[in-house]
Design a protein around this ligand. Structure first.
Ligand SMILES: [Zn+2]
Length: 265
């Protein structure tokens, strides 16, 4: 029995004989069901037509992106530290080439995922690399395939490895989280906040595809949480959005102020 993957959100489900009838993640109003309705693919079908592009973004930092694009088209990051490697966020495709490369680099000490839209194939990544997959407990209802590797973390922060820490920011999802690489002063934001086209601001949205902004009070709280983290670079969930390099913490504060009191006309 295959573990079907939703063609729209890319999240992989547990084994079923037939394709599931619905996808809870796409049925949720933060995402969307395509006009042509739900559609599924098997891992074998995805492997036949896709591969991962792995790029060196900075020293000890690689991005992993599936081509041609699968579903939302997010990128994952492979962060390398002396204490081990962390995969931040996830893609649905895990092929032999990716496994060989990650193993050659020392495997994974942990996978950590920002929020349910990027759960992708996280259960399989945990299984293959025999490591914990950290997701915030506030979002556990969205776990599509559970296994012994999935670890729910609670509260506001969670140490992953020395110098690598998760922070719950909330907003987009109750458990929406970011990853802080302290030594490098880098923040991996997923789309808890999303880099905008000018690469000088971020957006705070409940739904990105449906353009539903978060309320001002919530953004004020998110900005306060983010302001307590020391970072200069903010890395977004998408290659096409890129990163804010330099003074990113101020860019977040400026963006929150604009969101709360937007210009008109
Ligand atoms: Zn879906």
């Amino acid at each position: 029995m295959p573990r079907y993957i939703c063609k729209s959100c890319g999240v992989q489900r547990g084994r079923t004989q037939e394709p599931p009838e619905t996808c809870p993640i796409c049925d949720d109003p933060r995402q969307f069901v395509p006009v042509s309705s739900h559609a599924w693919m098997t891992p074998d079908a995805m492997l036949a037509e896709h591969g991962n592009v792995i790029r060196q973004v900075a020293p000890d930092l690689m991005s992993i992106c599936t081509v041609p694009q699968v579903a939302i088209g997010q990128r994952a990051f492979l962060i390398r530290t002396p204490a081990g490697n962390v995969l931040w966020d996830c893609v649905s495709l895990l092929d032999d080439a990716t496994i060989a490369l990650v193993e050659a680099l020392g495997g994974l000490a942990a996978v950590a995922v920002s929020h349910p839209h990027f759960y992708a194939g996280m259960a399989r990544w945990g299984r293959v690399f025999d490591c914990p997959v950290l997701v915030h407990a506030d979002d556990q209802a969205w776990i599509a395939e559970d296994n012994a590797h999935i670890e729910r973390w609670e509260g506001e922060t969670r140490a992953v490895l020395p110098g690598i820490e998760l922070h719950r920011i909330g907003g987009h999802f109750a458990g929406s989280s970011v990853l802080h690489w302290a030594e490098r002063r880098e923040l991996f934001a997923g789309d808890t906040v999303l880099v905008t086209a000018d690469r000088a601001h971020v957006a705070f949205m409940w739904s990105y595809p449906n353009n539903v902004p978060l309320p001002a009070d919530c953004v004020r709280e998110m900005a306060a949480r983010l302001n307590r983290i020391e970072f200069d670079t903010l890395r977004s969930a998408f290659d096409s959005r890129g990163d804010i390099v330099g003074d990113a913490r101020r860019a977040v504060a400026r963006s929150a102020a604009r969101h709360i009191d937007p210009p008109v006309g």
